[in-house]
Design a protein around this ligand. Sequence first.
Ligand code: PHE
Length: 348
Amino acid sequence: MDDLKNKIKSLKEEAFSDLNRVDQLSQLKELDRLRIKYMGRKGAIQSIMKGLKSVDPKDRPLIGRLVNSFKSEFGAKYEEKREELRQRAEQERLGKEWIDVTLPGVRQRSGKIHIIQQTLDEISSIFKGLGFSVADGPEIESDYYNFDALNIPKDHPARDMWDTFYIDDQTDRTVLRTHTSPVQIRTMERRQPPVRIIVPGRVYRNEAIDASHHAVFYQVEGLYVDNNVTFRDLKGVLSYFSRQMFGDNLLVRFRPSFFPFTEPSAEVDISCVMCSGKGCAVCKYTGWVEILGCGMVDPAVYRYVNYDPEIYSGYAFGLGVERIAMLRYQINDIRLFLDNDVRFLEQF
Ligand code: PHE
């Protein structure tokens, strides 16, 4: 009996000194080995329990208590060691992973709506307020819609008004649309009056590119056809639009012009917003800048869409979006819109 007591006592000493020796991170495995050595199914405790049969029954409770306290003390110490090693591992990881919270942060660049789209949205919202709805059409267009149905017959010199990109060659009848006017035809083909639409969109011209000309640019087309639409309505709407866009003090003038699909036709000038009409490089010292072309829809166009010109009349206009943005924000080179230089783009 005393033998067994001593055996438990020395086992306990041995076990604790074993546990105490474990203090390296790399010894997690060793810790586990010790648990198996003392507490495992074939471990030291288990073999003492086996010997319990030969112990005098009246001594068994005492031995039992000793074994139990060994078990719980060992268990507690084992857990403590494990936790210690785990925390040490965490410390080591944090030590390697430190960050300098005093470093300045990384600036996030936020995206913006392109200035041309912003201008398109603004133009659209003015016309939407007047009851216009938005329509669109293809950029790759047949010459029927781009020209013929707009009263510009094949081989007619009026086609030279637009420097056209042909998709294949001159005999191919497919073009990159040179204006948004073909959408007038497409819309009238599908709908009966009243038609009141605007068409914001991209157009293409075979132009030599310089500060004021580009081969790719944007227009907003307008079309209103109904009973009794007059030139006076056209003047009213475009004057209102111009003042909404550029301010109440603006002067607007309608200058006679020519387009094959409108009669009469006009171009609209506004008093130069750079010099308030006094004369500067932008208005070429005239005090006026042109912003759009317009007119009353030519009855010849109605023939193509089966509208009766005796019943209906209407007006159309087409304005250059870059032109408006350039005047509005004092931009002196049309190429900037397509260069995608963030130093330019982020200013708007
Ligand atoms: N489509 C013409 C152009 O691009 C502009 C315009 C549109 C003129 C509608 C009159 C009516 O030059």
